[in-house]
Design a protein around this ligand. Structure first.
Ligand SMILES: Nc1nc2c(ncn2[C@@H]2O[C@H](COP(=O)(O)OP(=O)(O)OP(=O)(O)O)[C@@H](O)[C@H]2O)c(=O)[nH]1
Ligand SMILES: [Zn+2]
Length: 209
């Protein structure tokens, strides 16, 4: 992803989305849309219990979708190379995330396991969780999010291999539609030696159960 350094808050890996997306609707448009939705449900957006709801709901969406302002590649830009030749697998396990499915805009609640086999340098472990967050806080399907996390780590760190597993419950099929409350979806993407070497793949899978 190309990022103009002037559009980028270095400390927080934030892009200036206004500059990136000049056609972005403003907050008043979103609040008006929520008033329309409330009227459409049959309720009255002017009653006192609902009067602040459009503004509140807009702020909530702002939180749910902060990932669009983040550049995951930049999150991984700082690496450490004094690792005494460390070349074993590194796995950050059980990273909780909240996302929203792009079909229904319903919550996806899940956990991610992110591993890689380094090649001369490592990243701060919190950055693996930050990459998960940057992709989760967008409209997603789980397969795409899984691939995005693995591909970004692979492209930026150039490790020997990467593995990502995600397990998540989709509220679009637990609280509506087919109503299967205990079903969760498991997806994975393996690259490099984690994909090609059966023992390395097995090691990653066994760390991720
Ligand atoms: N592959 C995949 N499908 C997803 C994901 N999140 C939601 N879905 C599915 O997206 C599909 C959208 O199907 P549609 O038939 O267009 O929507 P719908 O009429 O609301 O379908 P139902 O959920 O079956 O009621 C549904 O089957 C959802 O279960 C995801 O992360 N990955
Ligand atoms: Zn859905």
């Amino acid at each position: 992803m190309n990022v103009n350094p002037q559009m980028f808050d270095k400390a927080r890996c934030l892009k200036n989305i206004e500059a990136d997306r000049p056609d972005r609707p403003d907050r008043a448009d979103v609040e008006a849309a929520f008033r329309t939705i409330i009227r459409w449900t049959g309720d009255n957006p002017e009653r006192s219990g609902l009067i602040e709801t459009p503004a509140r709901a807009t702020r909530a969406l702002e939180e749910f979708f902060t990932g669009y302002a983040q550049d995951p590649a930049l999150i991984l830009r700082k690496t450490f190379d004094e690792i005494e030749g460390y070349d074993e697998m590194i796995v950050l396990r059980d990273i909780r995330f909240e996302s929203h499915c792009e079909h229904h805009m319903a919550p996806i609640l899940g956990r991610a396991w992110v591993g890689y086999v380094p090649s001369g340098r490592v990243v701060g472990i919190s950055k693996l969780a930050r990459v998960v967050e940057a992709y989760a806080k967008r409209l997603q399907i789980q397969e795409k999010m899984t691939a995005q996390i693995a591909n970004t780590i692979n492209d930026v760190l150039r490790p020997q291999g990467v593995g990502v597993i995600i397990k998540a419950a989709h509220q679009c099929m637990t609280t509506r539609g087919v109503h299967k409350p205990n079903a969760d979806l498991v997806t994975s993407r393996m690259l490099g030696c984690v994909r090609d070497n059966p023992l390395t793949r097995q090691e990653f899978m066994s760390l991720a159960v």
